[in-house]
Design a protein around this ligand. Structure first.
Ligand SMILES: Cc1cc2nc3c(=O)[nH]c(=O)nc-3n(C[C@H](O)[C@H](O)[C@H](O)COP(=O)(O)OP(=O)(O)OC[C@H]3O[C@@H](n4cnc5c(N)ncnc54)[C@H](O)[C@@H]3O)c2cc1C
Length: 317
């Protein structure tokens, strides 16, 4: 991805949540934004939560609401709209998550602008590259009118953030969202694995695992990977639906995607074929997944996975 080392635009970055430390995808997005121009951030986090992790070089200003804003509360869109006016942003970026896409799509309507989702490249001339038609082609587009609004896929640049002074945090008043109210929020138990859409390594399970995720989980944990799945595996209830990779699931583009017992139907490929390196393990040498795999292992996953885990453990000493 080519970008100049300094920019002139005002860039607004939406980080719908900010935890104790930035995720890899958030750090990448800020790296891209910093090279494009002066960066302001909009976050649904509280002012106290946002300041620490966003004390990085290039981030000047952070806009939050008066109190935490959680999707689907559209107050985040009000906040974005105000922040665009305050910052004069001509480029507005978000991570490629459903909540960021939802908020930025609503913002695009309010600003009468376009939205480009799942960008895989973003240049200083305002052009945006994305993969389309289930990965068969790429398009390069730009916003014809108004600001450029885009969500950017993870794992496309190296996150290079330096620590910096604490940004100025501005808490803006937000109206209660019309139409619905958030009745309850709860924290889900943490798996200890990285979020699927942002993970640098994904181990994905298909029907071939026959309901037993033990080996896939062992391999994933050796690699610090997220677990993905084919629709056959999620429909069978072996893996939660949120882990489905593909046309009707999550799109991932990790550095390494290990496909285990997945045939490689077009709908599965659509969600993972932009991975840098694809390793496929399948006992059928004619499985379509081998057409896009960089490395293929023809064999029973119950033989192959233990050997991989053993080798990884041996290398770690
Ligand atoms: C509108 C639509 C949307 C869809 N969206 C998605 C989507 O988002 N994501 C998705 O994944 N699918 C999606 N599908 C379903 C898709 O068409 C396939 O049915 C699905 O991907 C198949 O899952 P699978 O590869 O796990 O199962 P299968 O096709 O049954 O393949 C199982 C594979 O495991 C191998 N295998 C079996 N046992 C072993 C073993 N012991 N060791 C090694 N290999 C073994 C077999 O050789 C086989 O290749 C969609 C379908 C439709 C119609």
């Amino acid at each position: 991805m080519s970008m100049a080392t300094s920019g002139i635009s005002q860039v607004l970055v939406l980080l719908d949540r900010v935890n104790e430390s930035l995720t890899g995808a958030q750090a990448e997005l800020l790296t891209i934004a910093e090279r494009l121009g002066d960066v302001s951030v909009v976050s649904g986090a509280s002012a106290e939560a946002a300041a620490g992790p966003l004390s990085v070089k290039g981030v000047r200003e952070v806009y939050v609401g008066e109190g935490e804003i959680l999707p689907p509360d559209v107050a985040l869109v009000d906040l974005l709209e105000t922040a665009v006016k305050e910052s004069g942003a001509s480029v507005i970026l978000g991570t490629d998550t459903p909540d960021a896409v939802d908020a930025l799509a609503r913002l695009a309507v309010r600003l009468d602008a376009g939205l480009i989702t799942s960008a895989t490249g973003l240049d200083t001339d305002g052009t945006v590259t994305k993969s389309v038609l289930a990965g068969e082609r790429t398009t390069v587009s730009r916003a014809a009118e108004g600001p450029l609004i885009a969500t950017v896929k993870p794992n496309i640049v190296e996150a290079l953030l330096e620590g910096g002074a604490a940004p100025e945090v501005t808490a803006l008043p937000v109206k209660p969202a019309p139409g619905f109210e958030v009745l309850e929020t709860a924290e889900l138990p943490k798996s200890g694995r990285p979020p699927l859409a942002e993970a640098r390594v994904v181990v994905a399970a298909g029907r071939g695992v026959d309901g037993d995720l033990t080996l896939v989980e062992e391999l994933a944990d050796e690699l610090g990977a997220a677990i993905g799945a084919s629709r056959a595996a999620t429909d069978a209830g072996w893996v939660h639906h949120s882990a489905q990779v593909g046309q009707t699931g999550v799109t991932v583009s990790p550095q390494l995607y290990i496909s285990v017992g997945i045939s490689g139907a077009i709908q599965q490929k659509a969600g993972m074929q932009t991975a840098d390196v694809i390793v496929a393990i399948n006992k059928d040498e004619d499985a379509p997944v081998f057409e896009i795999a960089d490395y293929g292992v023809v064999g029973d996953l119950n033989d192959v996975l233990p050997q991989m885990v053993e080798e990884l453990r041996a290398r770690k000493g």
